[in-house]
Design a protein. Structure first.
Ligand SMILES: CC(C)(O)CC(=O)SCCNC(=O)CCNC(=O)[C@H](O)C(C)(C)COP(=O)(O)OP(=O)(O)OC[C@H]1O[C@@H](n2cnc3c(N)ncnc32)[C@H](O)[C@@H]1OP(=O)(O)O
Length: 257
């Protein structure tokens, strides 16, 4: 497929998606979101891909929704087309997804990064939900995911003031898992993805399902789901191989079944 606003390629067992609208700081227009969703669909269906990495440029992961594209929308248009609903595709990915963020991740850019399973940030990364400065509020999950990631005090501070958080503050706050030099960002994310790719796909998918359920359910229901998923992994060849390999002091050869 020919893309205009992203590039997508396979590196080993990783599907690498790069947001690519350099003149507009990777602002997220309808075309980019549709291409991103198509690439995610393709990697989800590809049995050779076991992890997805999403990145942008050194200047910007994404500076949010394309303000010029959305500025003329009326309420009725936004409501009838359920504007932004299609952005949520990424949050339904069943394979692991890593966001590799350098530069600006603002508004929808920050929201997109938070839909990923974890965020690796470059030292120059800047996160923020500046929608309030435009007379709107976050619309792609920012009010819900930011509070879960960094707690109410900081989430309110960022959403009500529109201030930007640098990479170190984001790491201290729990928004990002690690911070690396800009030049090492993509390789670090690809290394993490390849490491994930060597592991058992059913176990990875169930781990993701169990962790994500923590945000959707009670502690006892979440623990029950976790236990059932844990039990079901004893039906996989990979569990037998993983434990046999441990006992035989060798590296397991998972077959993802
Ligand atoms: C998804 C929702 C519902 O939650 C809503 C949103 O996401 S709303 C959008 C939230 N994002 C923002 O408000 C950030 C807007 N951008 C900026 O504040 C700045 O551009 C910057 C801080 C990211 C970078 O500043 P600077 O280095 O000074 O570069 P600029 O000259 O401002 O930008 C270069 C070029 O990119 C265009 N641009 C940047 N961001 C957007 C955007 N979000 N939408 C459309 N276009 C954007 C900017 O207009 C410049 O282009 P030209 O005007 O020079 O052609």
């Amino acid at each position: 497929m020919a893309y205009e606003c992203i590039t997508a390629e396979t590196r080993g067992t990783t599907g690498l998606i790069r947001l690519d609208r350099p003149k507009a700081m990777n602002a997220l227009n309808a075309r980019l979101i549709s291409e991103l969703n198509g690439a995610v669909d393709g990697f989800e269906e590809d049995p050779h891909v076991r992890c997805i990495v999403i990145t942008g440029s050194e200047k910007a992961f994404a500076a949010g929704a394309d303000i010029k594209e959305m500025q003329g929308k009326t309420f009725v248009q936004a409501y009838r087309e359920d504007f932004i609903a299609e952005w949520e595709r990424l949050s339904r990915a069943r394979k692991p997804v890593i966001a590799a963020v350098a530069g600006y991740a603002l508004g929808g850019g920050c929201e997109l990064a938070m839909m990923c399973d974890f965020i690796i940030a470059a030292e120059n990364a800047k996160f923020g939900q500046p929608e309030i400065t435009l007379g709107i509020i976050p619309g792609a999950g920012g009010t819900q995911r930011l509070i879960r990631a960094i707690g109410k005090a900081k989430a309110m501070d960022m959403i009500l003031t529109g201030r930007v958080m640098d990479a170190r503050e984001a790491e201290r706050s729990g928004l990002v898992s690690r911070v690396v030099p800009v030049g090492e960002l993509v390789d670090t994310a690809l290394e993490a993805a390849e490491r994930i790719g060597d592991l058992s796909m059913p176990a990875l998918m169930m781990a993701k399902e169990a962790v994500n359920s923590a945000h959707e359910t009670t502690l006892s229901e979440g623990c029950r789901l976790e236990r059932r998923l844990f039990h079901s992994l004893f039906a996989t060849e990979d569990q037998k191989e993983g434990m046999k390999a441990f006992a035989e002091k060798r590296t397991p050869q998972f077959r993802h079944r």
